[in-house]
Design a protein around this ligand. Structure first.
Ligand code: IDP
Ligand code: MG
Length: 159
């Protein structure tokens, strides 16, 4: 690796961000996109869709044994979602910080959940919780179909 290639590969980290059905209904799609865009992250995939129960069960497979799992699947299939892949340096960890805590009442003001919601079962957005799950979830929701392009503002965002 050249130095610049090492830097570039760090900036290629991806996370899966989803506006949940309540976020769509409440008109928060633009607000959530705006925050990631303004921060400097790069949108590499975006689609509105109504995922099947089977797809949602795969996405939330690690929560299958939880008592709230049936309710979660019902909530998540109550309307269309906006699925997104965002790319950039440390986008997974930073994306989680931008979302706030799982329970919105424990989310700081200034975070998406801390600014726009109250109940854990209506917390308006999803974000991958590790670099590995970011890769896995982007693959699950987009397959190979994310965009590979460079931002012309890159040298204004990264030193
Ligand atoms: P995360 O979305 O912050 O990563 P997870 O623990 O992965 O949180 O849970 C996935 C989603 O399941 C949460 O965003 C929330 O919508 C729902 N959820 C988690 N815990 C509860 C609960 O105790 N009651 C109801 N819903 C829950
Ligand atoms: Mg999670």
């Amino acid at each position: 690796f050249h130095r610049s290639e090492v830097k570039m590969s760090g900036q290629k980290e991806v996370t899966f961000i989803m506006v949940k059905p309540d976020g769509v209904q409440r008109g928060l799609v633009g607000e959530i996109i705006k925050r990631f865009e303004s921060r400097g992250f790069q949108l590499v995939g975006c689609k509105m869709m109504s995922p099947s129960k089977e797809h949602l069960e795969k996405h939330y497979a690690d929560l299958k044994s939880k008592s709230f799992f049936p309710g979660l699947i019902k909530y998540m299939s109550s309307g269309p979602v906006v699925a997104m892949a965002w790319q950039g340096k440390s986008v997974v960890k930073t994306g989680r910080a931008m979302l706030g805590a799982t329970n919105p009442l424990e989310s700081n003001p200034g975070t998406i959940r801390g600014d726009f919601c109250i109940d854990i079962g209506r917390n308006i957005c999803h974000g991958s919780d590790s670099v590995e799950s970011g890769k896995h979830e982007v693959e699950l929701w987009f397959g190979e179909k994310t965009e590979d392009y460079s931002l012309c503002t890159e040298s204004m965002i990264y030193e």
